[in-house]
Design a protein around this ligand. Sequence first.
Ligand SMILES: Cc1cc2nc3c(=O)[nH]c(=O)nc-3n(C[C@H](O)[C@H](O)[C@H](O)COP(=O)(O)OP(=O)(O)OC[C@H]3O[C@@H](n4cnc5c(N)ncnc54)[C@H](O)[C@@H]3O)c2cc1C
Length: 342
Amino acid sequence: MENLLVLTHADETGSALTRASLETVTAGLELAARLSAPLTIGIVATDATSAAAALSSTGARLLAVSGEAFSQSRYATDAAAAEALCRAANATIVLAPGSSRFTRVAAGVAHRLSGFVDTHITSLGGANIIEASRWFYRQRIEAVVSRDIRPWFLLLDAGTHAAFAGASGTAKIEEVAVQLPALRTTVSGFRAPQQDQQTIRPDAKMLLVAGAGWTKKQPDGQIHAAEAGELILGFLGATGASLGSSKSLVDQGGEGNSVLPFLTHLNQIGQTGSTPRHAKGLSTCCHGEEPHVVGWRFIADRRAISLDPNCGWTRGKADVVYVADAFPVMAKVNALLEAAKA
Ligand SMILES: Cc1cc2nc3c(=O)[nH]c(=O)nc-3n(C[C@H](O)[C@H](O)[C@H](O)COP(=O)(O)OP(=O)(O)OC[C@H]3O[C@@H](n4cnc5c(N)ncnc54)[C@H](O)[C@@H]3O)c2cc1C
């Protein structure tokens, strides 16, 4: 019989679990039910009390590693916490969110326990055995993996399961003591862009993609890059959407052409970019070529605005295509969003 452990960690408040942790709880509950296996949830937090209360309705055994030392992400403390939780649970299967915090330590912890780790897991199937799915080659090939080696660590991609949301109640927490090594790293704080400067938002419902058309000569023979920037940022500000780009647009900076200053290669979607997960996507001034559209694999509802009635989007790649000039369309959309807010 397998012993399932779900590893979770708190967000920056130090007490509430991250959304990705709660998604992993859902995956753990489903797997435990299917295998009729006992489930333990391990919590890493400054104070695990409220996180445990939020998990009380799972019926799982709750273990916690808590204290000031675990309030910050740091390899030594996170690895020690995860190792202690795995040993205390005698885990054979460990599910953890693929957060930066756990992704950094999972391979090391698996090695300490003579186990094995697989990352970017998107689903867990199988009747009596565990079959973990992940995508390879830029999301083109889906592989189903099963292994005999234990403990087997599985890092789940965010957005692949619903976040657990049970009624909060009184929970019994078993505190697990951790023998910390000498700490050489002191976390002095975070430096991150302001929320409104951060345009990549993996949790957003919508993706707005900007293509190279925004910085090309328009019907009046002029380039309107500044106006394009205002329209795009206006839409992001009003909707909280995440911003993606075609490769052509972000490449233009290197070629000395007009660029949108808030775009970098991190925004690039596609074969050589990222493959985000959002409920809706709106492509603007982008041709919809295959190397770009392959990055839209996990966008459920796809719409595009392009001047070209023969663009790739109109050839079956988008659900709805508006053959129109994106400048006036987005200006109107932004005005409607402003009016709705007022
Ligand atoms: C190996 C390889 C890997 C690649 N990887 C990627 C990748 O990861 N991601 C990626 O994006 N590309 C990738 N590409 C490039 C890809 O093939 C395309 O060249 C690129 O996506 C095109 O970008 P675009 O549509 O923004 O630009 P363009 O092809 O220049 O299209 C601009 C579009 O904007 C429209 N337009 C212009 N003005 C307006 C307006 N006012 N209103 C509405 N529409 C307007 C035009 O009609 C046109 O359709 C890759 C290519 C190769 C060979």
